[in-house]
Design a protein around this ligand. Structure first.
Ligand SMILES: Nc1nc2c(ncn2[C@@H]2O[C@H](COP(=O)(O)OP(=O)(O)OP(=O)(O)O)[C@@H](O)[C@H]2O)c(=O)[nH]1
Ligand SMILES: Nc1nc2c(ncn2[C@@H]2O[C@H](COP(=O)(O)OP(=O)(O)OP(=O)(O)O)[C@@H](O)[C@H]2O)c(=O)[nH]1
Ligand SMILES: [Mg+2]
Ligand SMILES: [Mg+2]
Lengths: 290, 274
């Protein structure tokens, strides 16, 4: 735990039980190490540590009787705040009608599309899934299999293109009064200008209320580059962190939140279609800090 | 300009930002400093070459890979976490080996994920190789057993086994993987078996846990790193190879069937330390 880590670093703390400037320094170094081991981006970590340092000194950690607990409390509170704050409500606007899923290859977009449709259905809505990944082999099949499992319609046309699928999918949705309409797109590299431009065109045609960047929780330092590029191009509205059912600490969440300011809404916690949970900043803070 | 602590900090940061990890980056900087001292080098411009040498040394200090053996059945098994690129690498390998004149057959042992069998079948059809499939939900070991029999009966040179993605912390799925490994060893007595962990280049410090636990479940003989055509540098490879001494065999640099390269340690290291 973080407390033990810091205590270990300050073994030779002054017997008085009070922290010196040098002790705080050592404690902060341990916190920095813990964040980097949890895959938080280096520059995000640096900025965070200097904020904590100001706060710790401001709260007069140096003079307190139980300084280590205070230091850890400051870290935990600051991290929870950065991730969204204790009062954060990740739920979608009840009137959400159109959701667009984007992200790198293999991050979990198709599976998450199925999970979202499943959730909306269980809330009494009648979602429509649009299969707009026409490049990966059997991508359309995959979404259709998922749609069948949860009795949700899937709009597909393998001979079409993503932009026409967005338009025609919406028309189909209007005809059948589907709500919401969720479009699944092909995985792509954030540095692939041509494919990122395609997403901009899909966005113009689909006019989504929500654009969710789906990111793998196992991601390392690159999370910043990915989130920044997708956000610059598309002005994303939220982030989904998948594969949280593993042992990765998920520091990518902190990195992405720090550089885009966009909310993390949901986490994927398994391969099954009910393995989707809302995001809780305080739980994530303790997971990252380890 | 003379090298100083600030410059070493910059190198350290470049390593950490490439996902090399703090602990290994620390020890690498110590090794680089020591080499610089030993060789009497004192300028900043000397550091990159020394750094590349130290890093490349890690990637070449590995066990020998299992060679493809002529006139016998060779088996290549792809394992790894969800979405790392196993199915695509299976297809890329099949394509490459077919082009080298070998007779190749694929086994679609991912009977769990939606349309996983269809995905590999589309690839098999495109590249013109046989494929053995099973029912959705079938025992992967049964599909693999069928594939080994078909490979022997049709006198194939190479059998490539695609498995379902799984997180290394899922104990029962790792047991399933061990069972598939045992099935291959029993059914293909004397075959040359290569077991490759497919890592995604964007992976962070979790790569070590992946490598250790997949290695426990199925004794890895090689590593492939996928998606190096993106912005991620794949630096976790150094810590994994340093710890397990497993050779890196291939890298994936795209979604097309030809986007597979042999691993070149110098090229890879040059991508981190220009
Ligand atoms: N353990 C776990 N696996 C997940 C989760 N979400 C998705 N997956 C798995 O990750 C793999 C990739 O998921 P997909 O939904 O196909 O990912 P994608 O982003 O649509 O992939 P592309 O379309 O190829 O870019 C599959 O094996 C999924 O079952 C999750 O929360 N936990
Ligand atoms: N950019 C890029 N994408 C790749 C590469 N290799 C595979 N992909 C893509 O990554 C996604 C996942 O690849 P798959 O081969 O389906 O991955 P997998 O490991 O079989 O996934 P699961 O079976 O669901 O665990 C697909 O969209 C592939 O096209 C690569 O080298 N570069
Ligand atoms: Mg998909
Ligand atoms: Mg696969």
């Amino acid at each position: 735990k973080m407390q033990d880590r810091i205590l270990g670093a300050l073994k030779n703390m002054a017997k008085s039980g009070r922290l010196s400037e040098a002790d705080v320094e050592k404690g902060l170094r341990e916190i920095r190490l813990a964040l980097l081991e949890a895959d938080v981006n280096l520059s995000v970590t640096k900025k965070f540590i200097s904020r904590v340092q100001q706060k710790a000194v401001g709260q007069d950690v140096l003079g307190q009787l139980n300084p280590i607990d205070t230091l850890v409390m400051v870290v935990y509170e600051e991290l929870t705040e950065l991730l969204g704050g204790k009062e954060y409500d990740p739920k979608f606007d009840p009137g959400v009608k159109r959701i667009m899923m984007v992200g790198l290859q293999g991050s979990g977009k198709t599976t998450t599309s199925g999970k979202l449709a499943n959730r909306f259905k269980s809330e009494g809505k009648k979602p429509l899934l649009i299969a707009a990944d026409l490049s990966r082999p059997a991508a359309v099949d995959q979404l259709q299999v998922l749609g069948k499992q949860i009795h949700v319609d899937v709009f597909a046309d393998p001979k079409s293109n993503p932009v026409d699928l967005a338009k025609n999918g919406l028309k189909q949705g209007d005809k059948d009064s589907n709500n919401p309409v969720i479009i699944d797109t092909a995985g792509r590299l954030a540095i692939d200008e041509e494919l990122m431009d395609e997403l901009v065109k899909v966005k113009e045609a689909f006019k989504p209320d929500e654009i969710l960047l789906v990111v793998d929780a196992l991601t390392g330092q690159d999370a910043v580059e990915t989130a920044q590029r997708f956000d610059e191009k598309l002005n994303i509205t939220g982030i989904v962190l998948t594969k949280m059912d593993g042992d990765a600490r998920g520091g990518a969440a902190m990195s992405m939140r720090a550089v885009t300011g966009k909310p993390i809404r949901l986490t994927g916690t398994g391969e099954k279609l009910d393995a989707l949970e809302y995001f809780f900043p305080d739980r994530m803070a303790s997971r990252i800090l380890g | 300009q003379l090298v100083d602590d600030g410059y070493y900090d910059d190198v350290m940061e470049a390593l950490v930002l490439s996902d090399v990890g703090m602990e290994l980056s620390d020890s690498l900087i110590e090794r680089i400093r020591a080499e610089m001292r030993d060789r009497g080098l004192a300028y900043r411009r000397d550091v990159p070459a020394v750094a590349r040498e130290v890093l490349t040394g890690i990637l070449t200090d590995v066990r020998e890979p299992v060679p493809l053996v002529p006139d016998r059945l060779n088996v290549i098994m792809l394992v790894g976490v969800n979405g790392s690129g196993k199915t695509t690498i299976s297809a890329k390998l099949a394509h490459r080996l077919k082009q080298e004149g070998l007779k190749v057959i694929l086994a679609a042992a991912d009977t769990f994920r939606a349309a996983a069998t269809e995905q590999l079948s589309v690839w098999a059809h495109r590249i013109g190789v046989d494929i053995v499939t099973g029912q959705q939900g079938a025992d992967p070991a049964a599909v693999v057993f069928d594939a080994t029999q078909a490979a022997a009966a049709r006198n194939m040179d190479v059998l490539i086994v695609d498995t379902a993605g799984r997180l290394q912390t899922k104990h029962n799925l790792m047991q399933e993987l061990s069972k598939v490994t045992r099935t291959i060893d029993k059914a293909c007595e004397g075959a040359a078996v290569t077991r490759i962990l497919v890592l995604d280049a964007t992976v962070g410090q979790n790569a070590m846990s992946q490598a250790e636990l997949f290695n426990e479940a199925c004794e890895l003989t090689g590593i492939a790193m996928n998606k190096l055509d993106g912005s991620a540098k794949g630096g976790t490879l150094f810590a994994v190879v340093d710890r397990l001494k497993i050779p890196v065999l291939y890298i994936g640099v795209g979604e097309q069937v030809g986007d597979l390269l042999d691993f070149d340690p110098l090229e890879f290291t040059g991508g981190l330390i220009p």
